[in-house]
Design a protein around this ligand. Structure first.
Ligand code: SF4
Length: 289
C-alpha cells in the first residue's frame, strides 16, 4: 500500500485504517495552511484504492473504523465513492464507521438522496474545518467555503444521519479581528449544533501566505493569554444542546474536554484559572501540528 506522505488525520482516527482515496486538497487556497503544498490534488486510481482495501483486509480483517484521506475525499461524486464504500463493507464484516474530512461545498453539492446513500454505506462522520464563523476572517484567509455553506452542510449531513465534527482555529483573526472571530464563531456554532467540536490554535507555518503577512506586519499573532481568552469567550457564548468537546490537539496550550451543556461551567472555570496563571500550559517546544 503506497501512501503518499504527509499523512494528516484527526487525533481521534489514530487507530483507524487510513485509506488514501485522493491526494491533497481540491481548493488548497487557505492562507494559513501548508498541509498539502507538496502534493497537488488528484484522485487515486480506483484499482489502486481497491487493492489497498484488499491488502489491508488480509492483514486486519477485524477493522471497524476507516478514515478516508486526504483533504476532501467527498469532493468525489457518489458514482466514485459508493463503490469504495461497498468494497470496504465487503472487506471488513465488522466495519462500523467510515469518516472523512469535508468542506462545505462537498456536502451542499450533494442532494439528500446522495448523502443518505453514503450514510447507508456507513459514512457516518465528517470533520469540517469551520476555522472561523466570521465571514470577514474567512475571506481574509481565502477559505473558499462560506460560513453559511458550512452551517447548511452540517444540517444536511445531520438529516442524512452523518455526524459532524467541527474544528475552530483559535487566533485566526489575529489581534485586529479577534473580537469578530469570537462573535462569528459562537454564532455559527450555535446555529450548527454539531455533534463534536474541537479547538486548534493557529501556528504560522513558514512559506505560507500568512507567514508573509506576519513578516509584513499585516497580521499580529495572539499570545497564549489572548488565545485562552478567545477560547473562554467562545465557550461562554455557546448554547449547545448535545455536543462533545475536545481541545486535545498538540497546537493548543491547554487541553480541555467535556460535554455541552453539562460541562460548560467547569470548562470556563479551568480557562479562568489558566488565564490567572494557576494552570500549567503546554510549553511552546511541545506544540505542533
Ligand atoms: S480547505 Fe483545509 S486542507 Fe484545504 S487549504 Fe484549506 S485548511 Fe488546508
Amino acid at each position: 500500500m503506497a501512501i503518499v506522505e504527509p499523512v494528516i488525520r484527526p487525533p481521534s482516527e489514530a487507530d483507524s485504517f487510513l485509506l488514501q482515496v485522493t491526494l491533497g486538497c481540491s481548493s488548497d487556497s487557505c492562507s494559513f495552511c501548508g498541509a498539502y503544498k507538496s502534493k497537488p490534488f488528484r484522485v487515486k486510481d480506483p484499482k489502486e484504492i481497491m487493492a489497498d482495501i484488499d491488502g489491508y483486509a488480509r492483514r486486519y480483517p477485524g477493522t471497524r473504523r476507516v478514515f478516508l484521506m486526504d483533504g476532501d475525499v467527498l469532493v468525489l461524486a457518489n458514482g466514485k465513492l459508493v463503490p469504495i464504500l461497498e468494497r470496504l463493507e465487503q472487506a471488513f464484516p465488522r466495519l462500523c464507521r467510515v469518516s472523512s474530512y469535508a468542506n462545505g461545498s462537498n456536502i451542499t453539492r450533494k442532494n439528500d438522496y446522495e448523502l443518505t446513500k453514503l450514510s447507508e454505506h456507513k459514512l457516518s462522520l465528517i470533520y469540517m474545518g469551520l476555522e472561523s464563523g466570521s465571514q470577514l476572517v474567512l475571506d481574509r484567509c481565502r477559505k473558499l467555503s462560506s460560513v453559511q455553506e458550512m452551517i447548511e452542510a452540517v444540517h444536511k449531513s445531520a438529516k442524512a444521519r452523518i455526524k459532524s465534527s467541527v474544528i475552530v482555529l483559535l487566533g485566526l483573526g489575529g489581534r485586529k479581528y479577534s473580537g469578530e472571530h469570537v462573535r462569528g464563531t459562537l454564532e455559527a456554532l450555535n446555529r450548527m449544533q454539531p455533534r463534536y467540536l474541537s479547538f486548534l490554535s493557529l501556528m504560522v507555518i513558514p512559506g505560507t501566505p500568512l507567514a508573509e503577512e506576519v513578516r509584513m506586519g499585516n497580521f499580529i499573532e495572539l499570545n497564549p493569554a489572548e488565545l485562552l481568552k478567545e477560547a473562554y469567550e467562545i465557550i461562554k457564548g455557546l448554547d449547545l444542546k448535545q455536543t462533545i468537546f475536545r481541545s486535545n490537539h498538540a497546537s493548543n496550550y491547554l487541553a480541555l474536554e467535556g460535554t455541552f451543556p453539562k460541562d460548560k461551567p467547569a470548562l470556563l472555570n479551568i480557562l479562568k484559572a489558566a488565564m490567572q496563571g494557576d494552570v500549567r500550559l503546554r510549553p511552546e517546544s511541545l506544540r505542533g501540528l
